[in-house]
Write a protein that binds this ligand. Sequence first.
Ligand SMILES: Nc1ncnc2c1ncn2[C@@H]1O[C@H](COP(=O)(O)OP(=O)(O)OP(=O)(O)O)[C@@H](O)[C@H]1O
Ligand SMILES: Cc1ncc(CO)c(N)n1
Ligand SMILES: [Mg+2]
Length: 552
Amino acid sequence: MAHLCFQVLSTSFFTPKPQIPVLLSPGAACIKSIHQYRYLYLKAMQDDKFSTPPCDESKVRVPHVLTVAGSDSGGGAGIQADIKACAARGVYCSTVITAVTAQNTVGVQGVNIVPEDFVAEQLRSVLSDMPPNVVKTGMLPSTGIVKTLCQSLKEFPVQALVVDPVMVSTSGHTLAGPSILDSFREELLPMADIVTPNLKEASALLGGVPLETIADMRSAAKAIHDIGPRNVLVNGGDLPASLDAVDVFYDGNDFYEFHSSRIMTPNTHGTGCTLASTVAAELAKGSQMLSAVKVAKRYVEAVLSYSKNIAIGGGCQGPMDHLLKLKSNVERRPFDPCDLFLYAVTDSRMNKKWGRSIVDAVKAAIEGGASIIQLREKEVETGDFLEAAKACLKICRVHGVPLLINDRIDVALASDADGVHIGQSDMPAHVARALLGPDKIIGVSCKTPEHAQQAWIDGADYIGSGGVYPTNTKENNKTIGLDGLKTVCVSSKLPVVAIGGIGMSNAQAVMRLGVPNLKGVAVVSALFDRECVMTETRKLLEVLKESTKIAK
Ligand SMILES: Nc1ncnc2c1ncn2[C@@H]1O[C@H](COP(=O)(O)OP(=O)(O)OP(=O)(O)O)[C@@H](O)[C@H]1O
Ligand SMILES: Cc1ncc(CO)c(N)n1
Ligand SMILES: [Mg+2]
């Protein structure tokens, strides 16, 4: 059972190439490409080759990242940042130490490189006994250590490899010299699922090209992708302080820019290590690459913001406090776009009309198969709304159904609901994100491609698009029709749920639009302006399931 869970986790974010002409023999030493490496990983899982003991139902397997990096005596970067970031994200972290640095908030006073064969021994100890889901690398101070690591990864394949090509500390001290570049380019990067250079490192990997603008970062991401990693994230922490902190992600097909406000603080030591470790931690939990990067970026921004005024050390670059205020969020299930499939939105007027409480309405919708609930209670007093939200949350948690609150970020925070849904005239989504932190779900109503683009930039998780059909539930609401919905879906980088006048009779027409990121329908009257909410939800679920069969 535990093995099965692990396998599902591990296959969820990479696509094994279908026809790979490799056999497990003649041995791992001849593995040439990342595809072979992945194939071997899957094959080993199937053949149960890992040395984990037979599974025991009472044992819980935790997501696990192995970091191969240097120790920072100041505790802000390197191994120490990696352990704290993983801990804050609810992921187990084992460590292989490649160098011990004497470092503080003033700079790096000394570096002591761990002998290559002892790095190999640490790798063997961890990989042979406690296979991690993901390996993340930081400071790799010699070519020999890079080669040892690559060899170990071929012997003990893992689900994903995150490479932070650490070269220079923020204070300007060299942590891995230019002699390392060839082994990075020839051996490590081609094995990486993602590489996360800062501006100086991206420039060094490309032979010293100057990188000063976002356009430069895009070109660099593309050129680094050509070296062989599956994904590249160029970090913009070192862009001029007048600009937002913008990171550029490239997956070989598309570019994505991740924007966050620039936190004005001296405490930015270890941001790069933290970002890469958080990507690794999210991948270990089973996230897709793009979601992992998105969450990691938000996490770094939240930690910087929480730590902006802490005072540790007398130098000019202080560390962050990774765990501050974030502990309560670690157990939240990551948002899954499939949750949008049957999205039930409550309405106090309708529930009053049919003589039921909000809680009874929610219970019935969940029993009927609703996959996400939004409380849209325009006429309820704040205190009553909060009590209802807390009661609904208990039911939703039992069933693993996310609960969102319409408009009221205060109620979402006070009840610890899973997130909010906001409109174009509510609080801007980036402000909601800053208030709610990196984990909560944020949905935004969007009628145009421009709205959808802004929602992406602002850090939303999904968009609601409509009214698809005319509706009485919302006054003065422009109908965009199926064509308008399609236009928004095609342009949106976020998953979409369709809303507005949708019910049993037209849900199939909506789903048959067949645009990949249209994930479901949101309904109000068709469920709650009816006598039996459970029956109506069940019927709609059948209709939706039928439409996905037809689409196939
Ligand atoms: N002042 C800031 N405000 C918000 N985000 C920041 C700030 N500084 C850095 N970041 C973010 O932190 C992440 C790491 O980027 P950065 O370029 O600082 O890496 P780095 O130089 O390798 O860091 P370090 O060497 O200190 O570990 C990126 O997502 C970047 O946008
Ligand atoms: C050990 C170590 N790794 C990485 C960095 C980069 O921040 C650092 N300063 N020290
Ligand atoms: Mg760095």
